[in-house]
Design a protein around this ligand. Sequence first.
Ligand SMILES: NC(=O)c1ccc[n+]([C@@H]2O[C@H](COP(=O)([O-])OP(=O)(O)OC[C@H]3O[C@@H](n4cnc5c(N)ncnc54)[C@H](O)[C@@H]3O)[C@@H](O)[C@H]2O)c1
Length: 273
Amino acid sequence: MIKLLILGPTGIMGKLIGELALKDDEIEVVAACDVNNIGEELGGLLAVNDKNKIKISDVNYLQKVVNETKPDVAVDFTVAKATEKNCKICVENGIKCVIGTTAMTQDFLDEFKSLVKTKNAPAVISPNMATGVNILFKMAAILTKYLNDWDIEIIETHHNRKQDNFSGTSLKILDTICEALEVKKEDITKYGRTKGKGLREKGAKNEIGIHCVRAGDIVGEHKILYAGSGEYIELKHTAINRNCFATGAIRAIKFIAKQKENKIYEMKDVLNL
Ligand SMILES: NC(=O)c1ccc[n+]([C@@H]2O[C@H](COP(=O)([O-])OP(=O)(O)OC[C@H]3O[C@@H](n4cnc5c(N)ncnc54)[C@H](O)[C@@H]3O)[C@@H](O)[C@H]2O)c1
C-alpha cells in the first residue's frame, strides 16, 4: 500500500486526484494539506468514502503532519510558490514527490534535484501528465528533424484562470523542438508577436514563435504548426477534461513508489515511451 500525502486537495486537480486515490486499492491517503477547507473531511468534500476519515490539515504545519503520518509519496498540484516550499519539506523528509504544478523557478529545480540525490527520494516532475501530450512531445521531435527548414510556431490555449504564461507544456514543446534542431532556445524564440514589422527570416533555425491564448474554461490545447511552401502540418493535442492529467498523476504515484534510482523522472519514463 502506498501511503499518500495530497498537497492542494481542494483545487481542481487536487480534488480529481483525491477522488481517484481514495478509490484505488494500491493507495492509502494518509494526509491532505491545503490553505483552504482546513478541518473539513476529505471524503466529505469529494463525496467519496474515506475509511481513514482524513481531515484537511493546515499546510503551515506540514512538518508535523509528515512526522505523524509518514507518507511514502506526496502529490502536488498547487501554485509554484507553495510547491517550492512544501515539496522541499517533503524531499528533506525522504518523501518521494510527484509534482504537476507548473512555473517553478530554475533555482528551485536545481536545489530540488540535489536534494533528491542526497535524501534518497526520487521524484516525478511533469508539466503535463496526459498520455497524449507526452506522445505529442515524441512526435514533435521526429517531425522537427524532417521539417527543420520549415517555419515552426507553437500556439497554446487555456482557460482564463491560468496563472502562468506560457504554459509549462508549451515550454517543454519548445525545448523538445530546439533540442531536435540543435539550437539554443535563447537565440531563436519569439515570445508572441507585437505591433510593428512582423518580418521574419524563414526557417525554424532562425526563429520559433510561441503564442498563448487565455479564454473561457478551455481545459488546454497545444498546437505545433509546421509551415512550408504551399503546405502545412498541424500537430495538435486537446484536453477535453482534466481526467487525463489526474489518471497520469496516479500512474506517476505508483511508478515513483517503486523507483530506487535517486533522480528526477519525467512522464515519458512513467509511460515507458
Ligand atoms: N502537470 C499536469 O498535468 C497539470 C494539469 C493541470 C494543471 N496543472 C498545474 O497544476 C496546478 C494547479 O492547477 P489547478 O487548476 O488545480 O489550480 P487550482 O487553483 O484549482 O488549485 C490550486 C490548489 O492549491 C492550493 N494552495 C494554494 N496555496 C497553497 C499552499 N501554500 N499549500 C498548499 N496548497 C495550496 C489551493 O487552495 C488549491 O487547492 C497549476 O500549476 C497548473 O498549471 C498541471
